[in-house]
Design a protein around this ligand. Structure first.
Ligand SMILES: [Zn+2]
Length: 601
């Protein structure tokens, strides 16, 4: 007997959280995540999934923090769409690497692992050019991962579902604001869905904060196990004794009692999303921080430990913690100082080539454990900044100019000799540059920089190119061996590092990551180091952070220091081990030895 009625009834709508929790539909893969098997979304994840699956909510915006399972929810939503209500999906990611990464590391494994989805995906059905980032589904629908850095790729596609991840990491390109272009591609679908998520970055330019403020502004309130009242758990509610992460407890904002971490699973499970602006319809906004994450490595104890470490490392690390763990913007209020103030702080240390006697002045503070270098390549010279790192401070040890055209081999030999010189360290051993970044951005010199860096492999001397906008401090570029490029190119996120420098220039030397200055530095160095100001501009209606030059100042010194800071990211820092090394036997290389080594290659 056939149930005629069943065929006539519309398919029963299942919420996305129910769909994703069913192991027959969706399973987590083992490739990119520690958790495999059935997906058991936490209470706050279920709220986000259900908003994405709710046809009455066209817009969903999520201020997220890392380790709250946001990407998993996104992938589960894509699966639910493919299975229940297929249509064209665009997944907009900041860069090409991100677009390929999410497809290969997240989407493909999840579809392979999930019984219901396994048969749904067809591969290689497109023009073959973009098979890495395009998938189509049986029964209609498709998924394309597109890089916001190349928004022209959007123009060929329309989408009913637009998922944008890490929107605060997206830059306006020559073609305009990628988010605006992407949204236009959904205009022809009355039942479209636009989901945006991001860890927030900077208070002046955050897109996700702006979107959240336009939404119904939901907050996740956990339940106190003692008074059963609810409140949103924030960082300031975690109390601990400094230096003792094990002492971390949450203070209930209702009854005032201390709540131990062991109650966290039940506090979260009994928690609720609360809409704080009920008058806003059709736009669900969520904000998350890592304090409610139930991953075992995200305990309050671990977060306190991370926080204390970030505090010690200075403002750049504090910002990363604030953005990625707390899901909050960072306010870069910079107290500018004049170059005269900086100059007055010069101290009696430094490394400097003494032309007259052909020897190095080598006065290195005893707590300098590592030296990094940054080189700015100009048509007739290479300017090098030597930066010393200790647990508390950054020492600008010297500003060194290698004269000569980068087209000449002798110029590079001299640079190599300088970068491999061993100086006497007060602890008894010797110290040399541990890592260096050489700018390849000056167009006509690019190939010379690659050739030089390729010849120094194993020395942590790398070719770099600066890029603006929200980017990591240092990242290897994906297109490794394009054309004549022989060495790996690293991209330096100059804006973040410049913000770090400008914030720290005003710091007292007792503060973490403060700069200290060698008395070998000339007035011109200070003028150049202090040559730019951080301002908020508007481009296409979108606020962006830019660095503006003061007057006609030059900035080679600033650039060289930026690159020297980036070079630190090539190193594994271990101060204790390093100090032991520096007390070891001296092995002094002369300049001649270094040049001989270069010739042997
Ligand atoms: Zn309470």
């Amino acid at each position: 007997m056939t149930d005629v009625g069943a065929a006539l009834r519309p398919p029963q709508k299942v919420s996305y959280s129910e769909w994703a929790s069913n192991g027959q539909n969706f399973r987590l893969s083992g490739v990119a995540s520690a958790a495999t098997g059935r997906f058991r979304p936490w209470k706050f994840q279920r709220g986000i999934l259900d908003a994405i699956g709710d046809p009455t909510i066209p817009r969903v915006s999520v201020i997220k923090s890392t380790r709250t399972g946001y990407t998993k929810s996104l992938i589960a939503s894509i699966g639910a769409i493919a299975d229940n209500d297929p249509g064209p999906i665009i997944l907009l990611m900041p860069t090409d690497d991100d677009a390929r990464g999410i497809m290969v590391d997240e989407v493909d494994p999840a579809f392979k692992e999930s019984p219901k989805l396994r048969g749904l995906m067809r591969q290689g059905r497109f023009d073959g050019r973009n098979t890495l980032t395009q998938r189509s589904f049986l029964g209609g629908g498709s998924l394309k991962a597109i890089a916001a850095a190349a928004p022209r790729n959007l123009r060929r596609h329309t989408a009913r579902y637009l998922f944008c991840d890490e929107v605060d990491g997206m830059k306006i390109t020559k073609e305009g604001d990628p988010l605006k272009i992407a949204e236009k591609r959904t205009d022809s679908f009355p039942d479209r869905k636009i989901v945006m998520g991001s860890t927030p970055i900077d208070d002046a330019a955050s897109i996700i904060i702006k979107r959240y403020n336009e939404s119904d502004q939901r907050i996740f309130e956990i339940e106190c196990p003692h008074c059963l009242d609810r409140w949103e758990l924030l960082w300031e509610h975690i109390h601990f004794t400094p230096g003792d992460p094990d002492s971390a407890v949450a203070i209930c904002q209702r009854c005032g009692c201390e709540v131990e971490e062991k109650y966290k699973p039940q506090m979260v499970e009994n928690g609720e999303w609360r809409i704080t602006r009920p008058e806003i319809k059709g736009h669900a906004g969520f904000r998350l921080n890592a304090l409610i994450s139930l991953f075992s490595n995200v305990s309050w104890r671990n977060l306190v430990e991370e926080w204390e470490k970030a505090k010690k490392n200075g403002p750049a690390d504090e910002q990363v913690f604030t953005n990625t763990v707390l899901g909050q913007v960072w306010s870069s209020a910079i107290g500018y100082v004049t170059e005269n103030v900086l100059m007055s702080r010069a101290e009696n240390f430094g490394i400097q080539w003494d032309m007259e006697h052909s020897i190095w002045r080598e006065d290195i503070p005893s707590d300098v454990a590592y030296i990094t270098a940054g080189a700015d390549v100009q048509a007739d010279r290479i300017e090098v900044a030597f930066l010393g790192h200790s647990e508390r401070n950054r020492f600008i040890l010297g500003h060194h100019v290698v004269w000569g055209s980068p087209k000449l081999k002798s110029t590079w030999e001299q640079l190599y000799a300088d970068l491999t010189t061993h100086w006497r360290h007060p602890l008894g051993g010797t110290i040399s540059v541990s890592a260096a970044c050489i700018d390849s951005g000056e167009g006509t010199m690019t190939q010379h920089v690659y050739d030089f860096c390729e010849g120094t492999q194993g020395e942590k001397i790398v070719a770099i190119k600066g890029d603006d906008g929200p980017r990591p401090a240092l990242k290897a570029s994906a297109g490794k061996k394009r054309r004549n490029r022989t060495a790996t190119l690293y991209i330096v996120g100059v804006d973040g590092i410049k913000t770090d420098i400008l914030t720290s220039l005003g710091s007292e030397i007792t503060e973490p990551a403060a700069f200290r200055f060698s008395n070998t530095l000339q007035e011109e160095f200070y003028l150049q180091l202090n040559a730019e100001r951080r301002v908020t501009n508007y481009k296409d209606g979108k606020p962006i952070i830019v660095f503006e030059r003061i007057g006609k100042r030059r900035a080679e010194a600033l650039d060289a220091v930026v690159y020297a800071i980036a070079a630190k990211y090539l190193l594994k820092i271990d101060y204790a081990a390093r100090y032991r090394e520096l007390t070891g036997a001296a092995k002094k290389n002369s300049l001649a030895d270094a040049v001989a080594r270069l010739h042997k290659r």
